[in-house]
Design a protein around this ligand. Structure first.
Ligand code: AMP
Ligand code: MG
Length: 321
């Protein structure tokens, strides 16, 4: 079976085709803001403009006659972006006369990670621009055991970087600066039960701007934020009695975060699984692969049910595999 998947919930417009074994084709056209952060309307215009050429490009790499289903990122995400993706997907499904499958974006991050790492039943730390959640499967659903109460960690890193005049995406730039940092400045460490918050930290770090070196601020920010994420991931592992951690989402490529989670896993006799970097951030292959799993388990999304779901939660999906 071959499934085509379209991702475009935020910055990355990406179309991919997968079969059971591998990603057979993928084309990306990321949106990068001229200034500031991701602007939903601008991003959606970018997606609408680029969609036709991406669809054309993917079918130059793989024959459309061999596609068995069209999967699309139905949510959560930015409303205007989701609408572009859903519209293109409905059209393709009707034109090729193949079933349509609406995919939960968070579930797709987790499933592509499991596929590529062979993690079986992990606690997933999902860290991206808009989302930060600790997810694990219980019975036939994935549950969120802890999450951010305000902004995602990626968003927090991007904001901090922006206030230093660094362009979007800021995460990789903060990582680079932090490597040169030595002095630790305490920042608000906010963990409430299993949930956490980052916006107070961003404000506090911004206030250090003319008092501390930028490298030290980046270092202090990463140390504090990643310790919070590590603490909650560890608590979920202990509570569930699981022994695997899967890191997913664009922030997951950060080496310092990987190191901290890995150390915690080592101390507990658990194992950390890290998917290939190109499949950690938003990408079409994760949507195509999850669509393939869903196709095999008889999920279908009728045109009537294909409306976008900007607040679509992972718990809402009944998992049949
Ligand atoms: P996603 O939404 O999953 O595609 O992830 C995008 C987010 O990942 C953005 O906020 C980026 O700044 C962030 N990101 C990408 N690379 C890194 C990195 N090396 N360290 C920290 N954050 C990163
Ligand atoms: Mg994402």
């Amino acid at each position: 079976m071959n499934v085509l998947g379209i991702e475009g919930t935020a910055w990355n417009l990406s179309v991919a085709i997968v079969n059971e074994e591998e990603v057979v084709a993928i084309v990306n056209d990321p949106y990068s803001p001229k200034e500031g952060g991701i602007h939903p309307r601008e991003a959606s215009q970018h997606h609408a403009e680029k969609m036709p050429s991406l669809i054309k490009a993917i079918f130059e790499r793989f024959p459309k006659e061999k596609i068995d289903a069209i999967a699309f990122s139905q949510g959560p995400g930015l409303g205007p972006c989701l609408r572009v993706v859903a519209t293109a997907s409905r059209l393709l499904s009707l034109k090729l006369n193949k079933p349509l499958i609406g995919v939960n974006h968070c579930l797709a991050h987790v499933e592509v990670g499991r596929w590529k790492t062979k993690a079986e039943n992990p606690v997933a730390l999902y860290v991206s621009g808009g989302n930060s959640q600790i997810i694990a499967r219980r019975g036939n659903r994935y549950r969120v055991f802890g999450e951010t109460l305000d902004i995602g960690i990626g968003n927090a890193l991007d904001k901090l970087a922006r206030s230093f005049g660094l362009s979007h995406p800021g995460g990789p730039k903060i990582e680079k600066l932090a490597k040169e940092g030595k002095k630790y400045y305490p920042l608000p460490y906010v963990v409430k039960g299993m949930d956490f918050s980052f916006s107070g930290m961003v404000t506090a770090a911004q206030k250090l701007k003319n008092k501390a070196k930028i490298e030290d601020i980046a270092f202090s920010f990463q140390e504090t934020a990643f310790a919070m994420l590590t603490e909650v991931t560890e608590r979920a592992l202990a509570y569930l009695g699981y022994n695997e951690v899967l890191l997913v989402g664009g922030v997951g490529v950060n080496k310092r975060l990987q190191e901290m989670i890995d150390k915690m896993c080592e101390d507990r006799g658990a194992r950390l699984y890290v998917p290939p970097s190109e499949l950690m951030g938003d990408n079409g292959a994760m949507i195509a692969y999850t669509g393939l799993l869903m196709l095999k388990h008889d999920y279908r999304t009728s045109i009537d049910e294909s409306h976008v779901r900007s607040n679509f939660r992972i718990e809402e999906v009944e998992v049949r595999w």
